[in-house]
Design a protein around this ligand. Structure first.
Ligand code: SAH
Ligand code: SF4
Ligand code: F3S
Length: 448
């Protein structure tokens, strides 16, 4: 039996794309290999959002040269955003590669693998399509877990000054709601309880479709699928966060009380140069409106430090905004030049040492806020969807609250996929600890 291994860098969209390619290969009889060294087909799913992401892919692909030399019969390919950006250039940089597949053509990978096995060499497919394969194809994993990602759109039309995503994922395309629902139904039938709807900018879902629809409407339709207990989504753009999406948190029971709303910077002049289309005050107003509807909503964000021209006083405004919102979690990055983006040509670049200093300061503040938020949960009863055993081989299981916090508690693996009530006993920096309080069928299962 032939085995495949896909190593994934980058965001949730890449994770979902890897799952899709894995599923397509499984349809052809391939089975997953735990380790790269045991695989007949090795695929690296790449990211290029920052220079570090690119370097990580470089280094792993370089290391595969030895593997290919030792076992020339294996197939080694790259997919994802860096594959899209570099295309055939990959073959001159890494002559041991067999194929390069861009972000629109994932569905052709099994065919490429087959052609390579018939003696063809160096195949590449990086053209953009009117409708990308990552939206037109899907398959339910052979043994799905309780949570799953579902693509609802691909690409981005926003062209934030720093960002390479629109160039490597292409123009924004929405997937017809009927197709989304069909996939969600199939996942629910396979035991999935929670779906995360994915898109770079979910607020503009529906643009360009013949059927008139929008994101809140899609959420309602997904929530009506039997078996789906929880819905999450990512990412929404603060500029486009509509009243009706905010109302959806109140109207749709299955929609979890968590939103990832990247603000990027707290200074209006930086935001203007980033081309984000909102001000700090506008962002804070949206947060107030969200909290007015759902006081306990959990908030996470993305932040960039050291965007070209960012002065100390600009950075202070980012810190001020964090203090005003007190995010539950944040992902923060040093600005990194991406060739072809508008910001790459901006002067007044910030010194690396200054960027590092700002990042360290910001991240330590976030740690304080996260700990404070997690401690506030102590004594509360949370609804937790159990995802499986905790890491580290203890007798604990792990799951997430509706607010997207990780909770560990004593429990048997047969709780996997069940939604239980947990009394939070302790809040830590990265997770919560608790005790299951639910009675009913579950203790029976525990005493097996
Ligand atoms: N579509 C999402 C996220 C896209 S990329 C959104 O619009 O929010 C994820 C995050 O990477 C961004 O939110 C941003 O914080 C960061 N990022 C993107 N380009 C970057 C760059 N050139 N340098 C540093 N961080 C960057
Ligand atoms: Fe990049 Fe901006 Fe699009 Fe997000 S909205 S993917 S940051 S261009
Ligand atoms: Fe990276 Fe592409 Fe995602 S550049 S962050 S993998 S959309």
């Amino acid at each position: 039996m032939k085995r495949y291994h896909i190593h994934t860098f980058g965001c949730q969209m890449n994770v979902r794309d890897s799952e899709l390619v894995g599923g397509l290969l499984e349809r052809e009889g391939y089975r997953p290999a735990e380790d790269i060294a045991d695989a007949d087909v090795v695929i690296i799913n790449t990211c290029t959002v920052r220079v570090k992401a690119e370097e990580k892919a470089h280094s792993l692909i370089g290391r595969l040269r030895a593997l290919k030399r030792a076992r020339p019969g294996i197939t080694v390919g790259v997919m994802g955003c860096l594959a899209q950006q570099w295309g055939e250039e990959f073959f001159s940089k890494f002559p041991h590669l067999d194929f390069v597949c861009g972000t629109h053509a994932l569905d052709v990978i099994p065919g490429m693998v087959l052609r390579l096995s018939h003696g063809e060499r160096r195949l590449s497919e990086t053209a953009f399509r009117q409708y990308p394969g990552s939206l037109s194809s899907w398959c339910v994993p052979r043994s799905p877990g309780p949570t799953a990602y579902v693509n609802i759109m691909q690409g981005c039309d926003n062209f934030c000054a720093y960002c390479i995503v629109p160039y490597v994922r292409g123009r924004e395309r929405s997937r017809p709601p009927g197709d989304v629902i069909e996939e969600v139904k199939a996942l629910a039938a396979g035991g999935v309880k929670e779906v995360t709807l994915l898109g770079q900018n979910v607020n503009s879902y529906g643009k360009g479709l013949t059927e008139k629809t929008d994101f809140p409407d899609l959420l309602k339709r997904v929530s009506a699928v039997r078996g789906i207990e929880r819905i999450r989504f990512t990412t929404s753009h603060p500029r486009d966060l509509s009243e009706s999406l905010m109302n959806a948190f109140v109207e749709i029971d299955a929609l979890c009380e968590h939103i990832h709303l990247p603000f990027q910077a707290g200074s209006d002049s930086v935001l203007r140069r980033m081309r984000r289309g909102y001000t700090a005050e506008g962002y804070l107003r949206k947060i107030d409106e969200l909290r007015r509807r759902v006081p306990d909503i959990s908030l996470s964000t993305d932040i960039i430090v050291g965007f070209p021209g960012e002065r100390d006083e600009d950075f202070e405004k980012t810190i001020d905004l964090m203090g005003k919102v007190r995010f539950d979690n944040s992902f923060s990055f040093k600005y990194s030049d991406r060739s072809g983006t508008v910001a790459a040509s901006f002067g007044d670049k910030v010194d690396e040492a200054v960027k590092s200093e700002r990042l360290v300061f910001l991240q330590s503040l976030q740690r304080k806020h996260t700990l404070e938020k997690n401690r506030q949960r102590e004594g509360m009863i949370e609804e937790v969807l159990v995802e499986g055993p905790s890491k580290g081989g203890s007798e604990d299981v792990t799951g997430r609250t509706r607010g997207n916090r990780i909770v560990n508690f004593r429990g048997d693996d047969c709780l996997r996929g069940k939604t239980v009530l947990v009394n939070i006993t302790r809040g830590y920096a990265h997770s919560l600890r608790g005790e299951m309080v639910q009675r009913g069928e579950i203790p029976l299962c525990l005493s097996k």
